[in-house]
Design a protein around this ligand. Structure first.
Ligand SMILES: [Zn+2]
Length: 291
């Protein structure tokens, strides 16, 4: 059997609609009606791309190189890179934790993770733009010589997860460390904010980050932390644990901030939803993205 027949047979065996199979076949024969092909057949007076008017419209140009196609391919390529990472994580989950993932789930998770990340980036860009117009909504650094912790929570009903993000800045506004983490299940917003603050305080303690200021954008959480009421629910347990941690940190001040001033923590929290494991970073490592 020659190479072409083998190729044709494997194409026929793919679970794709016949229309697409036919298109791929014509593509391989270079017989799709691009401007260049039509020009060579004397059906068209110009071989130039009718979309960008910049180059001859070959198959390669029409499908890959034309500037109108580049965005679609960069999206596909980004997804492909996320798939590589998710496949490797799935392999590790199977080998080390005996958890097998369905292929469809791997693909869905890669897509979700990419969507969340891009949405957070877009939001950050938009907020950076809008906050340059409104100085009052910009995050403020702590006093000289002190560190500030910002935290925020995110809840994803779609993935049934609650996540959190935290960053520590110095007085110059430099990020010294950051973390993002999540857990299964959805919490009430206030409970999620409390849980994220508690986890972030533990993370600061374990990493020797001596913070003096904390900012959260949930007013109710601050009210509950400052009240003397005892609450026996799981939320009450979180509140009590935070109070206990505060009692060992007498110089820490807790502040309320507006959501618009807490965007970095907010974006990390959004990103955390797609993570398989806790992500933690400090300024000694190169930063994988804009914080
Ligand atoms: Zn073009």
């Amino acid at each position: 059997m020659d190479t072409f027949t083998r190729w044709w047979r494997s194409l026929c065996s793919l679970p794709i609609p016949p229309k697409i199979r036919h298109f791929i076949f014509r593509l391989a024969q270079n017989s799709i009606p691009t401007a260049q092909n039509l020009y060579h057949r004397h059906c068209l007076s110009s071989p130039v791309c009718p979309r960008c008017n910049l180059c001859y419209e070959s198959v390669k140009h029409a499908l890959f190189e034309c500037r109108f196609m580049k965005k679609a391919w960069s999206d596909a390529f980004n997804l492909f890179l996320c798939m590589l990472w998710k496949c490797w994580n799935a392999r590790n989950a199977a080998v080390f934790r005996n958890q097998e993932s369905k292929p469809l789930r791997i693909e869905q998770e890669a897509q979700d993770y990419l969507d969340f990340y891009q949405a957070a980036q877009d939001k950050q860009r938009m907020q950076t733009q809008s906050t340059t117009d409104l100085d009052i909504l910009v995050w403020e650094p702590p006093p000289v010589g002190s560190l500030k912790l910002n935290t925020d929570a995110a809840i994803s009903p779609h993935q049934n997860r609650t996540g959190g993000g935290a960053l520590v800045h110095d007085h110059s506004g430099k990020v010294l460390a950051a973390t993002a983490f999540n857990r299964m299940g959805q919490m009430q917003p206030q409970v999620a904010e409390g849980w994220v603050l508690l986890e972030s305080l533990k993370w600061c303690r374990d990493n020797g980050l001596n913070i003096q200021h904390i900012e959260v954008d949930c007013k109710n959480l601050i009210t509950d932390l400052q009240s003397t009421n005892e609450n026996l629910s799981s939320y009450g347990t979180i509140i009590n644990s935070i109070r206990r941690m505060f009692s060992s940190l007498p110089t820490v001040f807790l502040h309320h901030t507006r959501r618009q001033r807490n965007t970095a923590a907010h974006n990390l929290a959004q990103m955390s939803i797609g993570l398989d494991n806790t992500w933690s970073w400090n300024s000694q490592d190169p930063c994988p993205f804009l914080l």
